[in-house]
Write a protein that binds this ligand. Sequence first.
Ligand code: NAD
Length: 495
Amino acid sequence: MNSFDPSRVTVRSAHFIGGQYLDGADAIDVARPSDGVNYAALPVADATLVDHAVQDAWRAFRTSDWARRAPRERARVMRRWAELIEADVATLAPLEALGSTRPVADAARWDVPFTAEGIRFYSEYADRIGGEVAATRPDHLGMTIAEPYGVIAAIAPWNFPLVMASWKVAPALAAGNAVVLKPSELTPFSVLRLAELAIEAGIPPGIFNIVQGDGRTTGDALCRHPKISKVTFTGSSQTGAAIMTACAQTGTKPVTLELGGKSPQLVFADAPDLDRVARRVAAAITGNAGQVCVAGSRLIVERSAAGRLIDGVASAFAALKPGATWAAGTTLPPIISSPQLQRIDGIVKRTLASGAQAATGGARMALPGCGDGAFYAPTILTGVSADSEAVREEIFGPVLTVQTFDDEDEALALASHEKYGLAAGVHTSNLSRALRMMRGIEAGTVWINRYGRTADFVIPTGGYKSSGIGKDLGRQAYEANLRFKSVLIDITDGA
Ligand code: NAD
């Protein structure tokens, strides 16, 4: 699918609880980032409604057979769900693109199939991890038994609404839990279609629920609910800290937190094909207009290669096609909201005022036919230091800072960020050097001679330092949705 008419896409604005839509009083205007038009109003679940949703999920967890049915049967239903999602791409892709930053062609080619495949991946774990027999003394049998938590709260960000939600929901459901999901109030609608399809696939009503609302009201009430046994969250480090606090104050609930980043891309002058590296560096900061947790926002380049790299990145930026998410050929989508655009511009302007230079970009863009769309020109900032605001802060936009180094020690020192440790890239043709860098960099993921994830679900993702706790994807994310009960049996018959 290459383009669509946004006026022809209608959304259902509601909660989804116990297998049914539930309307609420409209409270938040939801705008399309591509042209700034308000296209729907969103209800906000207060603590009473959150309680209703969680109690319903708890009842479904206890009374439906979701947790107790044969794991292969749970897996079969989840595979069916994945098939329905894939077959629904003509509905889901425009729904995803309409109010988010995902161009419809990308949503159709990537987000929707990736969401389905992630569900399939986790369905395959349903009967893989059951616990283990322990090597106890011979007159006893010791075991650990894997059990679901009960009701898990999943709180998702706006940058990839379907995919981020699926990374939370799929492993939790495959492990037998019930889930209450709160999507971002900026992109709340596409996941409702996932919930409809879950019911069609055979997931019992009440096992997958959605409550709508903002973080302060709905998200906080969800985290504090006594029947929530675990919270899995993706979003900013600041919100992650607030969620940890809420969970600690209301029962020391375990948390999985996938948080912000300020990831470095290290380029050595010996990297294979510097022009190709420049294109990769550019793609790593302009994909989804830089609104990616693992965006490679800090270019750290060997001094002798800096000029060539900056020129190469600038020409890759110039080849991008900014446009609405519903237009054909868009390769640079909008920023999610006007306040976020102003935040990006503020950081860039203050960094320039402190002595940095813009090799390209540095301002918002007005696009014909896009009204108040929030577009920002891809920007390269040189003349920055570790103290510059643009180097310290996660910008979450298409802004690349450039710092140069003369040797490996300096490269490593620059790569280290005082706060974040989500991901990093290293480009060099020297294998030993690549491995030394990999060992030295404090980050949850290191890519060597590439930048960004592949469509493999088996490699977990997650941050060091303030970039998070725990992992999404991989076996680790499945295990994190189980708790382990220890059992010890005396087999002596009292002898
Ligand atoms: P955000 O933290 O503002 O919001 C994320 C979600 O948390 C939203 O649903 C929001 O309503 C909710 N929320 C806000 N305050 C809350 C509170 N007090 N209690 C409970 N819920 C609350 O983040 P965002 O702007 O939606 O997303 C961008 C951020 O997400 C960036 O920092 C980005 O790096 C991060 N992110 C991280 C990953 C990862 O895998 N590490 C992936 C995607 C995005």
